[in-house]
Design a protein around this ligand. Structure first.
Ligand code: ATP
Length: 496
């Protein structure tokens, strides 16, 4: 198997790899590095944790060392935390060059960033919104001469999710030169391939990992069927179990909203689990602090929204728990990809309610693998059910008293005004859109149910995931009483 030197990398870079413990190139590095060194555009699609970052960082550093100037390379990425992580890779691998990098993300001081940009760093790593703000408001820097444009998590940058980058991307693409090398990477490129191909037209080289399953082999993937109303008791039970059995394991829990994330964080802390939260309603400083505490294993549990689902590389994470079943298979792929990275083992457990079964089927179809059931002692869950529900309610009341919803609303309105939109008009438009979506969802569910009935009637019944919640899981019967309480509460760690 070829080593880094055989890929055409200079000896100083090979030595940097060795010092970092990277002995052999991974397949995506083997595939993409020579093409990038040849000057070709590159689209790299490989599983989570397979070393895509070094696949673009190494050849860029090599080219930079041959013709150093600033601003030589622009890297775009969807989240602020990911921008810092990528910058670190550039810094460590590019140390012998005296590499100057600059991170341009929202939530940080704009004046300081403008000053840094004017000093012509070699590499700028940015989230699109903040970089576009700088381009609109300042003429003290230029990205007209960049050699490389990298879009990490490229499909996320192009799709119109809850954060829509398209307008900002247009502004950025208008400011970069047509003659450049474009490198696009993600574990899920295929849905947006056409749009991406429009960006990478210079002898594009497409590299995709060939594998029967789209998730990592070392990842043990399970589902746990839970009734919606008692989901949190199952979550607490799972965490208690992992905590008891493997004290040194780190766990990421993914939730669907900032509010749930915050409530669950408060709740888990009440049960003395060392938990930090990460979501977009937090101040940037708090976000970084939470992530730092989790990375350094001071806190073993991170509860996050999808702001943490892509790219984050934290080797100590052994378990990912999906508190909600992701609505899109690709979100599932990225979330569970936070564990079992770089050849390590990992486990992912998805809590599935009676309403989410069709989502699991969609995930299984996409990843080309069936999830297995995760078995728990239901009696143990029932013991803590009342206690968990009471604590959760207390936390909700506390959060409401802190005006969490109002703050969220104010933040949203501020953001819309900054984007030049009318918040009231937007609210109306959103309400209409939600109505249409709900109608579509209901229709889809009806079709899904009809199909399932048809399948169950015919030969195609899978007999694994039941269609309705089983009686045994529907909560404690009249005679059931908790017998083994959870650790004493309340006792909340002081910082977040
Ligand atoms: N050649 C290599 N040998 C061993 N480890 C490597 C190698 N290249 C990268 N790694 C390590 O693998 C881990 C995952 O790499 P990276 O974060 O680049 O993954 P990724 O493919 O970008 O994942 P994701 O799709 O989740 O963003 C990192 O800790 C990195 O240091």
């Amino acid at each position: 198997m070829a080593g880094f030197a055989e890929l055409g990398l200079s000896s100083w870079l090979v030595e940097q790899c060795r010092q970092l413990g990277l002995k052999q190139p991974t397949p995506v590095q083997l595939g993409c590095i020579p093409a990038i060194l040849e000057g070709r555009d590159c689209l790299g699609c490989a599983k989570t944790g397979s070393g895509k970052t070094a696949a673009f960082v190494l050849p860029i550093l090599q080219k930079l060392s041959e013709d150093p100037y600033g601003i030589f390379c622009l890297v775009l990425t969807p989240t602020r935390e990911l921008a810092y992580q990528i910058a670190e890779q550039f810094r460590v691998l590019g140390k012998p060059l005296g590499l100057k990098d600059c991170i341009i993300v929202g939530g940080m001081d704009m004046v300081a960033q403008a000053l840094e940009l004017s000093r012509k760093p070699h590499v700028v790593i940015a989230t699109p919104g903040r970089l576009a703000d700088h381009l609109r408001s300042s003429n003290t820097f230029s990205i007209k001469k960049i050699r490389f444009l990298v879009m990490d998590e490229a499909d996320r940058l192009l799709e119109q999710g809850c954060t829509d980058f398209t307008v900002d991307l247009e502004a950025i693409l208008a400011a970069v030169p047509a003659r450049r090398q474009t490198l696009l990477f993600s574990a899920t490129l295929t849905d947006t391939l056409k749009e991406l191909q429009g960006l990478a037209t210079n002898q594009p080289f497409f590299w995709e990992a060939q594998a029967p399953v789209r998730t990592v082999e070392q990842l043990d993937q399970r589902y746990l069927l839970v009734p919606e109303k008692v989901k949190d008791a199952y979550l607490v039970h799972l965490i208690q179990k992992f905590h008891d059995e493997h004290e040194d394991w780190s766990i990421i829990i993914f939730t669907n909203t900032c509010k749930t994330c915050q409530v669950l964080c408060m709740m888990l802390r009440k049960f003395n689990f060392p938990t930090v939260a990460l979501h977009s309603m937090m101040k940037q400083k708090e976000r970084f602090a939470a992530l730092a505490k989790f990375k350094s294993s001071i806190y073993r549990i991170l509860i996050a929204t999808d702001v943490a689902s892509r790219g984050l590389d934290i080797p100590t994470v052994q378990v990912v728990i999906n508190h909600n079943t992701p609505g899109l298979p690709k979100i599932y792929i990225h979330r569970v990809g936070r564990t079992a990275r770089a050849g390590r083992q990992g486990q992912a457990i998805t809590l599935v309610t009676q309403y989410d079964i069709h989502l699991v089927h969609a995930i299984e179809e996409q990843i080309k693998k069936k999830l297995e059931e995760f078995l728990v002692e239901e009696a143990e869950v029932l013991q803590i059910l009342t206690q968990v529900n009471v604590v959760r309610r207390e936390c909700e009341i506390k959060l409401e008293a802190a005006n969490f919803d109002e703050k969220k609303e104010i933040n949203k309105r501020k953001q819309l005004i900054l984007e030049g939109k009318d918040p009231d008009l937007e609210a109306k438009r959103k309400a209409e859109l939600a109505k249409i979506k709900q109608k579509n969802r209901r229709f889809k569910e009806q079709v899904e149910h009809a199909l399932q009935r048809q399948k169950a009637g015919g030969t195609g019944h899978r007999g694994r995931l039941p269609k309705a919640r089983p009686e045994a899981r529907s909560g404690p019967g009249p005679g059931l009483r908790p017998t083994r309480p959870l650790p004493a509460q309340p006792k909340t760690p002081s910082s977040n």
